[in-house]
Design a binder for this molecule. Structure first.
Ligand code: ATP
Ligand code: MG
Length: 62
C-alpha cells in the first residue's frame, strides 16, 4: 500500500504560495497563522520542497 499521502494544491495553498512568492520578491518575513490542522506545516513543507532538502541535510546530522 502506498503510505505517502499526496499533497493537494488547494485554493488556500495557492494563496499561501502567492504570499511566499511575495515575501521572497520583496524580502519580507511573512507569518502564516491559522486554525490547527488547516495545512500550515504541510503547505510550508511542500512549497519549500523540504523532503528534498531534508535528504541532503541528513548526512550533516551524522
Ligand atoms: N493540501 C493538503 N493536501 C493533503 N492533505 C492535507 C493538506 N493540508 C492539510 N492536509 C491534511 O491535514 C493534516 C494537518 O495538516 P498540517 O499538519 O499541515 O496542519 P497545521 O495547520 O500545521 O496544524 P497545526 O496548527 O496543528 O500545526 C495533514 O496531516 C494532512 O493529512
Ligand atoms: Mg503545524
Amino acid at each position: 500500500m502506498n503510505k505517502k499521502i499526496s499533497f493537494i494544491e488547494t485554493k488556500e495553498y495557492k494563496r499561501f504560495a502567492e504570499f511566499c512568492d511575495a515575501c521572497i520578491k520583496y524580502q519580507y518575513i511573512g507569518i502564516c497563522y491559522g486554525l490547527p490542522g488547516v495545512g500550515k506545516t504541510l503547505s510550508s513543507r511542500y512549497y519549500s520542497d523540504w523532503d528534498y532538502i531534508d535528504q541532503h541535510l541528513k548526512p550533516l546530522h551524522k
